[in-house]
Write a protein that binds this ligand. Sequence first.
Ligand code: SF4
Length: 175
Amino acid sequence: MSVLLNDTARRMAEIQDKVNNGERLSLEDGLFLYESDDLLAIGQMANQVNLRKNGKKVYFIENMSLYFTNVCEAHCAFCNFRKDQGEEGAYTLSGEEMIAYVEQHFHPGIREFHIVGGHNPHVPFQYYVDSLQALHDRFPDVTLKAYTGAEIEFYSRISGLDFRQVLQKLIDAYG
Ligand code: SF4
């Protein structure tokens, strides 16, 4: 067992040397990394190469994931988040409730709110618009990354607006 561990550590050190020297990795190196669970070492090497190649053009930001509601009309097979309206644990937050939550957990390093959540048909489309508006009014310097194509389709269905109109209303709430 210890021989195996030593082999693994030696291989990782060899790859680290290649990365330090700016050498191209081999197919075998790639397969070794693919099978490794040492995500910290792999992440550090990836960051090292990224910085060398791209400088600070590629970077990461700290965001905060927000879910206004977990009530959802869809039943995606993989989902362990959704609830039916009235089911234990189901919730739908108002803008004020979400702001109170964010204020409890916010710190100045957070530069983006990542907003997704359930497709709740028990509130109107305006609810989703107002949610963004409330957050943007309270935290104008934080970027909103909100909703996916699935939500836009859902909002179009419940509002009777076409996709372009839905997007425009969401953009206006942010503006
Ligand atoms: S749409 Fe989202 S919340 Fe709803 S069931 Fe699918 S993954 Fe879950």
